[in-house]
Every structure is written in structure tokens, then in C-alpha cells.
Design a protein around this ligand. Structure first.
Ligand code: UD1
Length: 315
């Protein structure tokens, strides 16, 4: 048995990581400020040790990593528009806290830190799919902050010999994604609108595309990244490798739900990327990663969860 710290473990992706780790019989500790996470997301996992605190305070980071073999750093304020309206608060969560986690992990002798990077680091690229050797072009404070985080990881590997790996996520969705904020992920917002009989909002013309990735694929990639040999200091995409426009996404969800709701179209959001699609060759090569759940199956599983009313409990 190894010990794992999941920062942001009461959040959407973090809670899925905890579930998978507990299922493997690992020891799991969560640190979460509960700013966007919820205790309810871990209610079914009484084995998980829970520490409430803000990682932007170094003492919290030190207490959290003490005695841990692996750190899965998921804690963040994960929203482009929220970072545009309040860059200082999101910088504290996304950059200051990350630096504290790295310092604490270095001093505590953690075996590896695996970091939740973001596809937003690429910005708009002249070609698709986006591969890791492309130059970065952050278009929002959020994108820049996640990029700074991953560069801190690579630097900690070079400078201090701390073993770190960054996984760039691409628009992750699935059960427990909270639809209650205007900053929530678009799939959770579309589904909650359709299930409640409201019209979803599309910012822009709906022609923007995303590589929507079901959460189980990300969990698989991250857990592989904990143990793959010889990848210290590396960064890689973990996604599905396809892309779909928001208009097509809405039509697919309407089809699966048997409704014919149209969207309300509004001005595009500042800082928005036009197209996003991952090249997943590096993760295939280094991790043996394959996206096990395709978009349609992921949407069906997610819809089943929202229709069962569980989304509403958390709103
Ligand atoms: C971005 C990052 C992603 C990161 C996420 C954190 C990119 C390509 N992706 O996601 O890696 O994890 O931030 O939040 O930068 N939209 C609507 N209606 C809505 C809500 C959103 O049309 O009600 C649109 C947005 O304008 C955007 C798309 O849907 O074009 C996806 O938005 P969202 O789910 O917030 O994620 P990204 O900003 O793409």
C-alpha cells in the first residue's frame, strides 16, 4: 500500500481519483479548501482522511504532504471566465498554492508529484491536433496560471531533483461535475438546463470545438503517470483525441434525452479558445494510455447520473 495526497480531492476530478485509489486499496488523504469542492463528493469514501485548508498557506501544504508517497495536485479555481473577472484570487489558488505544494513535497521527500495541467496553455494554434512541442499561447489568466504551474514543476525537477509530471487535461466531464455556477463546465450546464427544461446558453456561434474527455479516462492517465518509469519533468496531453462543436454537442445531448431544445446565443467570452483537440501520442507512448470511454458513452453515463437527481443534490 502506498499513500496518496489528492489536493482538491473534494472536487469533481479529485473525488474520482480518490474513488479509484480507494478501490485499489491505497491510503488516501485529501486537502481541500471547500471553495469549489464539496464534502458530499467524498461521503461514499469514509476511508479517505480529510484535511480542510488553503494550500496558499505553506503550513497547510506541509501538514498535507507529511508522510505521503505521491501527491496528485488537482486543487485549483478551474475557470477561464472567473480568472478574467478576478485574476488575483485565481492566481493565489492556481500559482501560489502550487508553489507551496512543490516546496512542501520537496522537503518531505515525496516520490512523485502529478499535476493537473490544462489544454488552455496552448491557446489558439494554427494547426490541430495540439501536441506538446507546440509553443504555448495563454489567452486568459487561468491559462497562464496553469502554464506557470507546470513550468514550476519542470523547474523543481531540474533544480531540486523532485520527480514531477504534468498531465494537460482537455475539457473533462462526468458525474459530480457541479453545474451550480455560471463558471461550471459547459457539459454540466447544458445537461442541467435540458433536464430542467431551460434553454442552454451558447457563447459565440457555437462553432468552437473541444476535445471533451470523460473523467474515467483522466483518472486512468493520472494513475498511470504516478508509476510510469523515466518520465520525471515531462508534460503530456491526456484526452480523447477528437473534437466536437458546441452546436453538435447540444444536438447530441438533445438526441440522447429525446428533447428538441434550442440554445440562446450570446456574445463570445473573453479569453475563449476557438478550437481544442489533443494529440495523445505522447501519453500513449510514455504511459500506455488509451481513452477507454468515448464521448458518447461518457455522455450517456453522465446523463444517467444527472437524471437520477444527483446533480441537483449538489447544486
Ligand atoms: C478551459 C480549458 C480546460 C480547462 C477549463 C477549466 C481550453 C480549450 N480548455 O475550458 O482545459 O480545464 O478551462 O474550466 O481552454 N460555453 C457556452 N455556454 C456555457 C458555458 C460555456 O457556450 O454555458 C462555452 C465557452 O465559451 C467555451 C466552451 O463552451 O467556448 C467550453 O467552456 P468551458 O466548459 O467553460 O471550458 P473551457 O473554457 O473550454
Amino acid at each position: 500500500m502506498s499513500s496518496y495526497l489528492v489536493t482538491g480531492g473534494a472536487g469533481f476530478i479529485g473525488s474520482h481519483l480518490c474513488e479509484a485509489l480507494v478501490g485499489r486499496g491505497e491510503r488516501v488523504r485529501v486537502v481541500d479548501s471547500l471553495v469549489t469542492g464539496k464534502r458530499l463528493n467524498l461521503a461514499h469514501l469514509p476511508q479517505v482522511e480529510f484535511l480542510e485548508g488553503d494550500l496558499a498557506e505553506i503550513d497547510v501544504a506541509r501538514r498535507a504532504v507529511e508522510g505521503m508517497d505521491y501527491v496528485l495536485h488537482q486543487a485549483a479555481i478551474p475557470s477561464v471566465p472567473r480568472s478574467v473577472s478576478d485574476p488575483v484570487t485565481s492566481n493565489r489558488s492556481n500559482v501560489d498554492a502550487t508553489l507551496n505544494v512543490l516546496v512542501a513535497a520537496r522537503d518531505a521527500g515525496v516520490r512523485r508529484v502529478v499535476y493537473a495541467g490544462s489544454s488552455s496553455a496552448y491557446g489558439d494554434t494554427p494547426t490541430l491536433p495540439k501536441h506538446e512541442d507546440m509553443p504555448t499561447n495563454p489567452l486568459s489568466p487561468y491559462a497562464l496560471q496553469k502554464l506557470v504551474g507546470e513550468q514550476y514543476l519542470a523547474m523543481f525537477t531540474r533544480l531540486y531533483g523532485l520527480d514531477t509530471v504534468t498531465i494537460r487535461y482537455f475539457n473533462v466531464f462526468g458525474p459530480r461535475q457541479d453545474p451550480s455556477s455560471p463558471y461550471s463546465g459547459v457539459i454540466s450546464l447544458f445537461i442541467s438546463a435540458l433536464v430542467d427544461g431551460r434553454q442552454p446558453i451558447i457563447y459565440g456561434d457555437g462553432g468552437q470545438t473541444r476535445d471533451f474527455t470523460y473523467v474515467a479516462n483522466v483518472v486512468d492517465g493520472v494513475l498511470r503517470a504516478c508509476h510510469a518509469p523515466g518520465i520525471a519533468g515531462q508534460m503530456m496531453n491526456v484526452a480523447t483525441g477528437g473534437r466536437i462543436s458546441l452546436n453538435e454537442l447540444l444536438a447530441t445531448l438533445c438526441g440522447l434525452l429525446g428533447v428538441s431544445t434550442t440554445a440562446v446565443y450570446k456574445e463570445p467570452r473573453a479569453g475563449d479558445v476557438r478550437d481544442s483537440q489533443a494529440d495523445i501520442g505522447r501519453a500513449r507512448r510514455l504511459l500506455g494510455y488509451e481513452p477507454g470511454v468515448n464521448l458518447r458513452d461518457g455522455l450517456e453515463r453522465t446523463l444517467a447520473w444527472y437524471k437520477a437527481g444527483q446533480g441537483a443534490d449538489r447544486a
